[in-house]
Design a protein around this ligand. Structure first.
Ligand code: CU
Length: 544
């Protein structure tokens, strides 16, 4: 099956993640062994959609042995892919739990030692050091739980215990590394997996009846020989972005798989955009997506749309009802922070505020055609079975917002030299510094925050993606205009127009401790666009 590992002996023959020069030094015979018999033009064989292996909780816990390691993976590309993996597969296994369960993860780091001695906080650094974030879970950010301030260097291991509250919403969440300076490298390598929480949504009759597919969408960034390239040590500003010459858009680790449905069948697709920073706009010809939930947070009723736009980090759960027999392409239109204009992107703000596009961001040249629309899967509709229905109502996630204790305004910013050369990304003009005093909301209160895409008349427009750990948020306004209805999310795009804003409310409940908010274009995060939050108990609130 595609996406599966090849033999351990072959894996041990290569040191993955070392620069291309190492690979070029391999004997020609070894290179031949790596090349797949892919037919003229490298056309990929059409595989059935593989499903990542599912690890399910039992007796109130899910024990996972999670090993970050180099691996050689068959993605259906012209060559085997040499990259970083979890447990030698891409994506990682799907974890399945229920509210009240405890996730017990033994994380081993078997990635190679990094060669970069520099520890600049606004440059890629220590990119084979890892840790674990459970994106979207409402769990403790402290101690050995969902704590992104932990660091597990190569050769070391760490035991994590993450208890879920009994009333945790059911939905699709995900896990990925979150060690600042290393996130992009490991995420673009493919180190990510789906994390399913079973709950009320699974009890809805029409949802329960639907065949379910977890679909992990990734953008695997590679070099000419389908190998992960290292970041450049001690980079200049232009070199601080991440080298690549080849991008693979995979579904569950393979190119262009096939799904099968019969006319009138309803399937449940649980989609995750696990790319480093790509936006993903999806369309399925002659079919609507009936959206049940965004970011694992269930809507009051299915929301039908013919285009589904997922920012990096977003999840969408949808029902699809198959139409007439035929073959239908699932078309992906990718976007990037500098080219985010894809179908389904929220409208940008006032043109009057748009800058002159005088300067672009530095970076490695985009791979030719990497943002072109392409088919990433096909749906074969054939055969027959009983007609299936769509639900009319759903168990919505819509907790009341506590009284607003404080309002904050902040901005995602780009720092530049006096000569306008790119320096780094930041929040309110400051790149991430773990020692910087965090925002300090008080446990048991709510706050309203407004985040602005800072106006810079010298910089080409670009989009960001806001994500905050531990608590989801309710977006009430875009550019000061009320949204009806408001949107519950844990990840949301800040449209490209300089000066655009989102306003949202969030409850700080259940968990004191320190965590982060950041741009989920994680290359921006690694280059500084992140800041800390510390939720403090009420009796310490005089200190904020
Ligand atoms: Cu950003």
């Amino acid at each position: 099956m595609a996406g599966s590992p090849i033999s351990r002996r072959t894996v041990l023959s290569y040191s993955v993640g070392i620069a291309a020069a190492t690979y070029a030094g391999l004997a020609a015979k070894q290179r031949m062994e790596l090349a797949r018999a892919a037919g003229p033009g490298g056309a990929a064989p059409r595989a059935e959609l593989p499903a990542p292996r599912v690890l399910s909780s039992a007796d109130g816990e899910l024990r996972v042995a999670l090993t970050a390691r180099p691996g050689i993976v068959d993605m259906g590309a012209p060559r085997l892919v040499r990259t970083y993996t979890y447990n030698n597969v891409v994506p990682g296994y799907t974890w399945e739990v229920r509210g009240g369960d405890t996730l017990k993860v033994h994380l081993r780091n078997r990635l190679p030692p990094a060669r970069d001695p520099v520890m600049a906080m606004d440059r890629p650094h220590a990119w084979t050091t890892t840790n674990l974030h459970t994106h979207g879970l409402h769990v403790s950010p402290a101690g050995n739980a969902d704590n992104v301030f932990l660091a597990v260097p190569p050769g070391e291991e760490h035991h994590l215990e993450i208890p879920l509250p009994r009333d945790h919403p059911g939905g699709i969440f995900w896990y990925h590394p979150h060690c600042h300076g290393a996130v992009t490298q490991q995420l673009r390598a493919g180190m990510a997996g789906a994390l399913i929480v079973r709950g009320a949504i699974d009890e809805v009759e029409e949802v329960a009846a639907a065949r379910e597919h977890v679909m992990v969408l990734q953008s695997i960034e590679l070099g000419d020989d389908y190998q992960l390239l290292d970041p450049i040590p001690e980079p200049t500003a232009a070199q601080s972005f991440f080298p690549r010459t080849n991008v693979l858009y995979t579904v569950n680790g393979v190119l262009t798989p096939t799904l099968r449905m019969y006319p009138g069948e309803v399937q449940r697709w649980r989609l995750l955009n696990a790319a480093e920073g790509k936006f993903m706009s999806l369309q399925l010809k002659r079919h609507d997506f009936h959206v049940l939930a965004w970011d694992g947070l269930t809507l009051p009723a299915p929301d039908a749309t013919d285009v589904l736009m997922l920012s990096a980090g977003n999840r969408a759960e949808v029902l699809i009802r198959a139409g007439r027999p035929g073959r239908y392409d699932l078309v992906l239109t990718p976007g990037s922070s500098q080219r985010p204009d894809i179908p389904g992107m929220p409208a940008a703000g006032s043109p009057a505020r748009r800058p002159q596009a005088m300067a672009t961001m530095p970076g490695f040249p985009a791979v030719a055609g990497e943002l072109d629309p392409r088919t990433i899967a096909t749906v074969e509709v054939a055969g027959h079975g009983r007609a299936m229905g769509l639900p009319t109502g759903l168990p919505a996630f819509d907790p009341p917002i506590l009284p607003i204790a404080r309002r904050r305004e902040f901005a995602f910013t780009v720092q530049r030299t006096a000569g306008h050369e790119f320096l780094n990304f930041g929040v309110d003009g400051v790149p991430f510094d773990p020692a910087r005093p965090p925002y300090r909301p008080v446990l048991g209160t709510a706050e309203e925050w407004t985040l602005t895409n800072a106006f810079d008349p010298k910089l080409m427009e670009h989009a960001h993606v806001f994500h905050v750990h531990t608590n989801p948020f309710k977006i009430t306004k875009r550019n000061g205009t009320a949204l009806s209805p408001p949107l519950w999310r844990d990840t949301y795009v800040l449209t490209k127009s300089a000066g655009d804003s989102i306003t949202f409310e969030s409850n700080f409940v259940d968990y004191p401790g320190k965590f982060v908010e950041h741009c989920h274009v994680v290359s921006h995060e690694d280059l500084g666009m992140m800041s800390s939050i510390e939720v403090i108990p009420p009796d310490e609130s005089s200190q904020r």
